[in-house]
Ligand binder design. Structure first.
Ligand SMILES: Nc1ncnc2c1ncn2[C@@H]1O[C@H](COP(=O)(O)OP(=O)(O)OP(=O)(O)O)[C@@H](O)[C@H]1O
Ligand SMILES: O=C(O)[C@H](O)COP(=O)(O)O
Length: 597
């Protein structure tokens, strides 16, 4: 990390003035509305701040004034500093503010910390003031000044992002004219946030401290309860080792599978503790539970560098319900919360998100950081040409991903079972291949959208068709437009492999999700392996290659090419949600770092 934010943060840390940098989160039991404002404010020297801010929250304005003068760099950010206020407002019991953070972009300071300080002192007043500010008149007034964009809508959560335009706000905030010394044209804070990672804190801080690490150790087990793929365990090691080396007492938590009836032997993390012991070269004890007195005394007995694995957090139904009391119990006697479970970061569960409300420091682990860097980084700032390859069988779960990718890709290559829905949309005969009838219209729309956006949407020219879905099926290669009745396409054909290789030849960034065929059966694995090999070659030529999705990763592992990719994601659902541009609840709960570009 670079930039003044880092220094400001470290300064605050060393001086022990933790309250300045520690964001404070109010409990969100049922967030109904998140409104985010980017307010363009005059510099500290020109305070009192905008009437709009006063209107919103007078105590915050006062604190902002003094804190801003302490942090803002007088030379670089003299002209303009942006402040964002994010408010989660509860919808079910009137309006009550559940979470608030300010992001002082210009000062590049973790301004959630700034606001935390302000609100920590006046939490009740803040809640009331903000609630009333948004309960009626004020909100209407704001709406006329701020352009509201509906970002996403869910049954229980409505997210609205309101971005103030410079022009409209400058009227409201009575900003001085641009004197040409600032970065005024730059958008406020959008897309610039990065989460605090365990490396953003001096490693000495961890010595003797208890660090709760939520990892995703959800690995496949066979009938003998042996681990059949330890990728996720190995991927979690760097964070654990970094912390133990720093002298932390590591309390490791994870889920395994989807137990529904409380504790069950087949969902126990026991095999994981054994594998961790082997890989770390030190004993990793499995606690009998994840909460309770016995666990507490085990945590109390930890020595520096020890690792204790808690039993499956999903043995409690409260975990998936993101229960407040359960979250509190998990947080007991914890100094730092570290989320490293990228594969579960799309779940708003107690151990991935809820716990964050009850600890003072919420940090990203090294795996999570790497995943975000590659997956978000690739999508947000790809080196062009950027080619996405989307395959697999579930068009319904990938349609939004394809749509999002079209905003950033030069080419989108489609393979796997989903192509037949597209062929049907083009009126082609697909035999008995997999088709999602109710998605034909969507496929048509996507093809149209690609044309509109000037994105090349590439479908295979030929396929390997089989007379049954079985490893020993009879096969024939046929043109993608004429699969005989009774036959089903189970892989892309030899010409399609050449076609895809050609399309990929100049790619500088490649993102792959979903196999090209039923690679589990040898005779339908050629397309998938050919794509994996092509990507490996591209990596060796300097391209960035990223593979996500459970089966795609398994295919790359099976081909022995996992280490030839720039990044192989440990997240299935999580990587898809990230590519769709969704905010992962686990990630959202972590502390922000703001870097001024
Ligand atoms: N032509 C096809 N017909 C039927 N099934 C197919 C075809 N091509 C691939 N598949 C199947 O698709 C499955 C993988 O699809 P899926 O969409 O789940 O991909 P994934 O990589 O696991 O991604 P994610 O984890 O994000 O869901 C594989 O089991 C594979 O056999
Ligand atoms: O395997 C996964 O994708 C993660 O571990 C999340 O598991 P879940 O889908 O059961 O929440």
């Amino acid at each position: 990390m670079c930039g003044p934010g880092r220094h400001a943060h470290q300064r605050a840390n060393r001086s022990g003035n933790a309250s300045i940098i520690q964001p404070h989160h109010y409990r969100t039991s049922s967030p109904a509305l998140l409104i985010k404002f980017h307010l363009v404010l005059p510099p500290a020297s020109k305070f009192p701040p905008s009437p709009l801010l006063h209107h919103l929250h007078p105590p915050l304005a006062t604190h902002y004034s003094s804190l801003l003068s302490a942090f803002a760099s007088p030379r670089k950010y003299r002209w303009r500093t942006s402040l964002s206020v994010a408010l989660c407002i509860l919808g079910n019991s009137g309006l009550a503010v559940s979470k608030m953070e300010t992001l002082a972009m210009g000062a590049s300071v973790s301004a959630s910390g700034l606001c935390a300080r302000a609100t920590a002192q006046t939490s009740q007043t803040s809640r009331a003031a903000l609630a009333s500010a948004f309960s009626g008149k004020s909100l209407r007034a704001l709406k006329s000044n701020v352009s509201l964009t509906l970002a996403s809508q869910r049954p229980r959560q409505l997210r609205v992002v309101a971005e103030a335009q410079k022009e409209t706000l400058s009227k409201t905030a009575q900003l001085p004219e641009d004197d040409g010394t600032s970065d005024v044209q730059r958008p406020a804070t959008k897309g610039s946030d990065r989460k605090m990672s365990i490396k953003d804190i001096d490693s000495k801080e961890y010595k003797g401290k208890t660090v709760f690490v939520r990892a995703d150790l959800n690995v496949p087990l066979n009938d003998q309860l042996e681990i059949t793929d330890d990728t996720r365990i190995r991927a979690s090691l760097p964070t654990i080792q970094y912390l133990t080396k720093a002298g932390a007492k590591v309390v490791l938590a994870s889920h395994l599978g989807r137990p529904k009836k409380g504790p069950e032997e087949r969902f126990s993390l026991k095999p994981v503790a054994g594998r961790l012991t082997e890989l770390l070269g030190q004993t990793v004890e499995l606690a009998p539970d994840c909460i309770g007195d016995e666990v507490k005394s085990k945590i109390a007995g930890l020595k520096e560098g020890d690792v204790l694995l808690l039993e499956n957090v999903r043995f409690y139904k409260e975990e998936e319900k993101n229960d407040i009391e359960f979250s509190k119990k998990l947080s007991e006697n914890i100094d730092f919360f570290v989320l490293d479970a990228f594969g579960t970061a799309h779940r708003a569960h107690a151990s991935t998100a809820g716990i964050a409300d009850y600890v003072t420091s919420r940090l990203a682990g090294l795996l999570l950081e790497k995943e975000l860097e590659y997956l978000s980084g690739v999508v947000q700032k790809p080196t062009k040409p950027f080619v996405a390859i989307v395959g697999g069988s579930k068009i319904s779960s990938k349609i939004t991903v394809i749509e999002s990718l079209m905003n950033v890709c030069d080419k989108v290559i489609l393979g796997g079972g989903m192509i037949f829905t597209f062929f049907r949309a083009e009126g082609k005969s697909v035999g008995s291949s997999l088709v999602e009838e109710d998605k034909i219209e969507l496929a048509k729309n996507l093809a149209e959208l690609a044309k509109k956006k000037g994105v090349e949407l590439i479908l295979p020219v030929d396929v390997i068709a089989a007379d049954k879905f079985a490893p020993d099926a009879n096969v024939q290669t046929c043109s993608a437009s004429s699969i005989p009745d009774g036959w089903m396409g189970l892989d892309i054909g030899p010409d399609a492999i050449k076609q895809f290789q050609e399309a990929l030849s100049d790619a500088k960034t490649v993102l792959w999700n979903g196999p090209m065929g039923v690679f589990e059966f040898e005779q339908f694995a050629k397309g998938t392996f050919a794509v994996a090999e092509t990507m490996a070659e591209l990596t060796s030529k300097g391209a960035i290659t990223v593979v996500g999705g459970g089966d795609s990763v398994a295919a790359v592992e099976k081909a022995g090419l996992a280490d030839k990719m720039s990044h192989v994601s440990t997240g299935g659902g999580a990587s898809l949600e990230l590519l769709e541009g969704k905010v992962l609840p686990g990630v959202a709960a972590l502390d922000d770092v703001r870097i001024h570009a």
